[in-house]
Design a protein around this ligand. Structure first.
Ligand code: 5GP
Length: 194
């Protein structure tokens, strides 16, 4: 896959999914195939997970710092993705990336819908769907990052979020990770080559 064939400027790709659908793994694969994509680092009030680093995976901030960013209009969108846990897209990050390379954003379904409304002319939106709710539950349990309560909350949320799948440009069903990565990369490459 040759990224240099891509000609579109200031393009934006939004990838979204219910939690645990495999979006992060797909993104990792896509970023390897298309290394010139700029990954926009979000701000969050949640704690870093083991292996995550500040400024690379997220910019980790306190609730007070997050409120300050909102007040200063530094976030192009933000959501309380889980109770008490805020995530937001930094305006500066988006602007910097758009000036240079196509930017890819990893957002929850509400945030993706919000940005899609603001930027639909220059954005490709991709919804990653788990094969089934049962598969999603297995994946979340296997990942082992959730308490019982947060697992239930995430699954309940998935039921709601799946209803929005058709509002996005493309839906990738993550049955097989390698195939889903290839499909997503091809969608992005086609979009950027237009
Ligand atoms: P996690 O805590 O598992 O890293 O992310 C939880 C959810 O927050 C994921 O669905 C992820 O896509 C979403 N998310 C990450 N950054 C942002 C952001 O800047 N804005 C919004 N709305 N959602 C985000």
């Amino acid at each position: 896959m040759r990224f240099k064939r891509m000609r579109k400027r200031n393009a934006l790709i939004i990838i979204t999914a219910p939690s645990g659908a495999g979006k992060t793994s797909i993104l990792e694969g896509v970023r390897k195939l298309l290394p010139a994509l700029h990954y926009a680092v979000s701000v969050t009030t949640r704690a870093p997970r083991p292996g995550e680093t500040d400024g690379h995976d997220y910019r980790f901030v306190t609730a007070a710092e997050f409120q300050q960013l909102i007040q200063e209009d530094k976030l192009v969108e933000y959501e309380e993705v889980y109770p008490g846990l805020f995530y937001g897209t930094q305006r500066s990050e988006l602007a910097r990336a758009c000036d240079q390379e196509p930017v890819i954003l990893d957002l929850d379904v509400k945030g993706a819908t919000c940005l899609n409304k603001q930027l639909s002319d220059t954005c490709l939106t991709i919804f990653v769907s788990p094969p089934s709710l049962a598969t999603l539950k297995r994946r979340l349990v296997h990942r082992g990052t959730e308490s019982e309560a947060s697992l239930e909350a995430r699954l309940e949320r998935t039921n709601d979020e799946m209803r929005y799948a058709d509002t996005f440009d493309e839906v990738v069903v993550n049955n097989d990770l390698d195939k889903a990565v290839a499909q997503t990369a091809a969608l992005i490459q086609n979009y950027l080559a237009q």
